[in-house]
Design a protein around this ligand. Structure first.
Ligand code: AMP
Length: 228
């Protein structure tokens, strides 16, 4: 079977985490969030965590080589062989090029860009609560996490001044990635301003079409790609 390999692109607050978690769960493949890995490293006070803490608090980007090391290690694990959903990575053209180097089947990756207008993003981020323990976004109006019942908290980088910085950084550094993938025929933009379930249905229909097509292609070539 053709492994599903997807990277979610889109500004903070677009719903990448929610859609990535749903897609990963549906296909039984890991969701790999570099933000979650880095936040865990900060809490656990590992070497990387201590180095990255200030960067995360300011909403800036962690250095490409540090992020590439994290992703390369994570993708080398057995569970990523059957596919993966990347959430928050790549965020720079350098990271996208680095990911291409890591993959044997280079055009096997699909970048799904979730498009949402800026005023809606600011509204969502300033109201966003996440679970302190597992990082999941909380449902509106609830007091504890629906996944692990942990306490809810506001992310330190969701305060308004930092949100504006993160959005500006996204426009400057990460938005050019859409061109990187568009020029390779690997970009699928979706309107993320709609209800979660409608966005999910749109993504599912696309994934089915795209990966069924690739499976048919590789069957007719008699090849099965190996490696990440
Ligand atoms: P996220 O949870 O994806 O919003 O990420 C939270 C923070 O982690 C970001 O604001 C960055 O400081 C850092 N981070 C996460 N992913 C990356 C990445 N791919 N490149 C650089 N920094 C990242």
């Amino acid at each position: 079977m053709t492994p599903i390999r997807v990277a979610f692109l889109g500004p903070p607050g677009a719903g990448k985490g929610t859609q990535a978690a749903r897609l990963a769960q549906q296909h039984g493949i890991p969701r790999i969030s570099t933000g979650d890995i880095l936040r865990h490293a900060v809490h656990a006070r590992t070497d990387i965590g201590c180095l990255a803490k200030r960067t995360l608090d300011r909403g800036e980007l962690v250095a490409d080589d540090v992020v590439m090391r994290i992703v390369s290690e994570r993708l080398s694990r057995a569970d990523a062989r059957r596919g993966f959903v990347l959430d928050g990575f790549p965020r720079t053209v350098e990271q996208a090029a680095g990911l291409e180097q890591l993959m044997v089947d280079r055009d096997g990756l699909i970048a799904i860009e979730i498009v949402v207008g800026e005023s809606e993003l600011i509204r969502r981020l300033s109201n966003r609560m996440v679970c302190r323990d597992c990082g999941n976004a909380a449902d509106a109006g609830v007091l504890t996490c629906h996944v692990c019942a942990g306490p809810l908290t506001q992310r330190t980088d969701d305060i308004e001044s930092v949100v504006l910085e993160r959005l500006a950084l996204y426009r400057r550094v990460t938005a050019p990635l859409t061109e990187f993938y568009r020029s390779r025929g690997q970009l699928y933009p979706v309107d993320g301003g709609r209800a979660c379930d409608r966005v999910e249905a749109d993504i599912n229909a696309f994934i089915q079409r795209r990966f069924a097509f690739r499976a048919a292609e590789s069957a007719s070539e008699g090849s099965e790609s190996i490696g990440v």
